[in-house]
Write a protein that binds this ligand. Structure first.
Ligand SMILES: [Zn+2]
Length: 307
């Protein structure tokens, strides 16, 4: 039996991310942002008057439909996420790298060279499954009471618009994020269910835990793996050891450890280099008095390297 897509409404972007994460864990799937518009993450309260007042949003597209319920709305933004096996966008090197990591698990398409797994076939599977999000503002105080009519809609829209533009008395609004999750039947050309666990990217919580453990002095992959296994089982309650999201392979752990090491090393080296330069500069320009905010500089350099 085909399962219907799931329409969920939450009250904030933070809750939406949380809900998506839960969904990914429950369904052993993983999604990445494909497209989103500016309004999806923007702080918006200042100029709501510029937006169009609507009463429903049921038109074109595959996004969540927002039905008329008497309350006016403003659409702030949208966001579309694709299954990790979605079409190969391949626009930047970074994406390509992520992609390689995703399919790395498939031994039949890869070979080992110099201790690293390289991928020959980096083709994605063109899976069409997507998560659609719509961020809206609702105005319960401007709700139409009684039967709906074109005249009432126009009248209330005008009232709301004027109040928003005047900004004298702040208009009360509530934020809603509508999420439309695909059903498992929407996935194509790849395994789903527990079997898909072997292709799952590492979970954010596990990534953080690895970094924390590194800060505490864990340096060996094998030791890290033991810690993570116990953390996933005891602290997170995940028992499916086939799921790479919570039971990462050695190479997943190594990747996280290497990139964290690089991150911290760059900032440490840069700081030391800068301090040396500064000393030199000071000794040459004895009379100059100046101040350089090292922390800011290191941050800037750090972000350069992280791209
Ligand atoms: Zn899929």
């Amino acid at each position: 039996m085909a399962e219907a897509p799931l329409h969920v409404v939450v009250a904030s972007l933070e809750d939406a991310e949380k809900r998506i994460n839960e969904f990914e864990v429950e369904t052993v799937t993983s999604f990445t942002v494909f497209r989103r518009n500016k309004g999806f993450r923007e702080v918006f309260s200042a100029d709501l008057g510029k937006h169009r007042v609507k009463w429903e949003d049921v038109s074109r597209g595959e996004g969540p439909k927002i039905q008329y319920n008497g309350t006016p709305i403003i659409i702030l933004g949208w966001d579309v996420r694709e299954c990790q096996f979605g079409p190969d966008r391949n626009v930047t090197k970074k994406l390509k790298y992520q992609l390689e990591k995703t399919v790395e698990g498939k031994k039949d398409h890869s070979y080992i060279q110099k201790g690293r797994t390289l991928v020959q076939n980096t083709k994605k599977q063109d899976c069409p499954a997507r998560i659609h999000l719509k961020r809206i503002c609702v105005f319960p105080e401007y709700k139409i009471n009684g039967p709906d009519s074109i005249w009432k809609r126009k009248d209330q829209s005008r009232r709301l618009k004027t109040d928003l533009e005047n900004k004298k008395d702040p208009v009360t609004w509530e934020e809603e994020i509508h999420i439309l999750f695909p059903s498992l039947d929407d996935h194509r050309n790849h395994v789903t269910g527990q079997l898909a666990g072997i292709c799952q990217p590492i979970d954010k919580v596990i990534k953080k835990k690895i970094q924390c453990l590194m800060d505490e002095g864990v340096t060996k992959v094998a030791e890290m793996k033991r810690h993570i296994k116990s953390f996933s089982k005891k602290d997170l309650g995940n028992t499916s050891t086939q799921n790479r999201r919570f039971y990462p392979l050695d190479k997943d752990i190594r990747n996280v450890m290497d990139s964290y090491k690089n991150q911290t090393r760059f900032s440490k080296d840069d700081k030391e280099n800068l301090e040396l330069l500064l000393e030199e500069y000071k000794s040459v320009n004895d009379k100059d008095s100046f101040y350089l905010d090292i922390s800011e500089y290191v941050h800037a350099v750090g972000s350069l390297f992280s791209h």
